[in-house]
Design a protein around this ligand. Structure first.
Ligand SMILES: NC(=O)C1=CN([C@@H]2O[C@H](COP(=O)(O)OP(=O)(O)OC[C@H]3O[C@@H](n4cnc5c(N)ncnc54)[C@H](O)[C@@H]3O)[C@@H](O)[C@H]2O)C=CC1
Ligand SMILES: O=C(O)C(=O)Cc1ccc(O)cc1
Length: 366
């Protein structure tokens, strides 16, 4: 008989997990969400096998529970678990972007019946809701697990098996280390991206043309400012100490840069930029962490009808699958750029050759 996986919270992340677990054909998926139209959508599109009328009812029939609601709601769901009578031990995990407050709440659970393994699939998008869910969202991404002390290796391996359909790479971390690292590479950058957008918006009062001039660099660095504000404020407040510490670091760093400018210290400014470039270049395009990264190919195209379709056709004709395609900058009559992303280097290099043969100018940024 198939084991039952309950997913509570069927938005972008819960829905994507449901899709990736369901396609293995190994599990019976029961969904729970406070939003009934989300449940209807999931049933209609066969994302789940059954919709549960209550969280308690769902947990009672579960072998595994995945909590995929916003962080604050996930903490409330963990608190509800102790009041639910289960007749066998179950494994519970979550997907929250912060781990310490989750593990603190899980520490108050009845350890005999509930094996809690914190989880954080480190891939996502600026979109929210079930309509944005994708079966392959977590493919090749890092999936952090933070098991409670009562979880044996066997229990952890068993959960990894449930999550195998995500095709992600598991990493066991201590919750405090996870929160410190994600505050540096994920949470704090979101705050900075939003602050840069605010700065541009405020300067627009002086220069109405600012949005028209906003070029690739500004768009790249502020892309994540378009993410779900409700989710991010929740994350910031659950990682308040980490965020405050990074803000202090940042303010000190900005003051140092200001004084380099004021004193005309060009050598130090050059060194600052050069060291940043070296470190950024060294991150490489290979790993898919919190910032999804693939094997990208930049293709120069003219803004003419059918230009995008032609590139796709040429690659599809050679059985090359494209992971993502994005128009970076394209204005009437001016050469524009497409960023075409592939899953591996082989596809990237083969595409470069095909497009070159067909007269396209391409660039690979190592
Ligand atoms: N969006 C992203 O890129 C990533 C998000 N995460 C984490 O995933 C979690 C969910 O985020 P998303 O899926 O993006 O949000 P979402 O807004 O797309 O989905 C959240 C879902 O939870 C439901 N929900 C709210 N309260 C509930 C409750 N009490 N019980 C059951 N369902 C409830 C909502 O109706 C909605 O369907 C968050 O904790 C976030 O930190 C983790 C990795 C990436
Ligand atoms: O789209 C992006 O660049 C992201 O940063 C996605 C993301 C959002 C939240 C997470 O906890 C992990 C990944």
């Amino acid at each position: 008989m198939k084991k039952t996986v309950v997913i509570a919270g069927l938005g972008l992340i819960g829905g994507s997990l449901a899709l990736s677990i369901k396609q293995t054909g190994q599990y019976y998926i029961v969904g729970y969400d406070v939003n009934n139209s989300t449940l209807d959508y999931c049933l209609k599109n066969e994302i789940i096998d059954k919709a549960a009328g209550s969280f308690a009812g769902a947990v009672k029939e579960a072998d595994y529970v995945i909590l995929a609601a916003p962080v604050s709601k996930t903490i409330e769901l963990i608190e509800q678990l102790n009041g639910i009578e289960v007749n066998k031990p179950i494994t519970v995990t979550d997907v929250s972007s912060v781990k310490q407050p989750i593990m603190e709440a899980a520490g108050r659970l009845d350890a005999d019946f509930i094996h809690f393994i914190g989880g954080h699939p480190m891939a996502g998008s600026h979109k929210k809701g079930i309509e944005a869910a994708k079966e392959h969202l977590f493919e090749n991404a890092i999936y952090v697990l933070t098991p409670m002390r009562n979880c044996s290796t066997g229990i952890v391996e068993d959960l990894k098996e449930v999550l195998r359909g995500t095709k992600s790479k598991f990493m066991i971390l201590d919750p405090a280390a996870h929160d410190e690292m994600t505050s540096v590479i994920s949470h704090f950058p979101h705050l900075i991206a939003s602050s840069l957008v605010h700065q541009a918006k405020s300067w627009q009062k002086t220069h109405a043309f600012i949005p028209k001039l906003a070029a690739g660099g500004f768009r790249d660095i502020t892309r994540i400012a378009s993410s779900n504000p409700e989710m991010w404020q929740d994350i910031f407040f659950h990682n308040k100490k980490g965020m405050a510490r990074l803000l202090d670091d940042w303010i000190t760093e900005m003051s140092t840069l200001k004084s380099l400018l004021e004193t005309g210290d060009k050598a130090s400014m050059f060194q600052y930029l050069e060291q940043a470039k070296e470190y950024r270049d060294g991150l490489g395009p290979k790993s898919k962490g919190a910032i999804p990264s693939f094997y990208d190919l930049y293709v120069d195209i003219r803004d003419q009808p059918g230009a995008l379709l032609k590139v796709i056709e040429l690659l599809a004709g050679e059985q090359i699958s494209i992971n993502n395609i994005e128009i970076l900058e394209i204005r009437e009559g001016i050469t524009g750029a497409l960023r075409v992303s592939f899953q591996d280097k082989q596809a990237q290099q083969a595409s470069e050759r095909i497009l070159f043969r067909n007269g396209y100018e391409t660039t690979i940024q190592e």
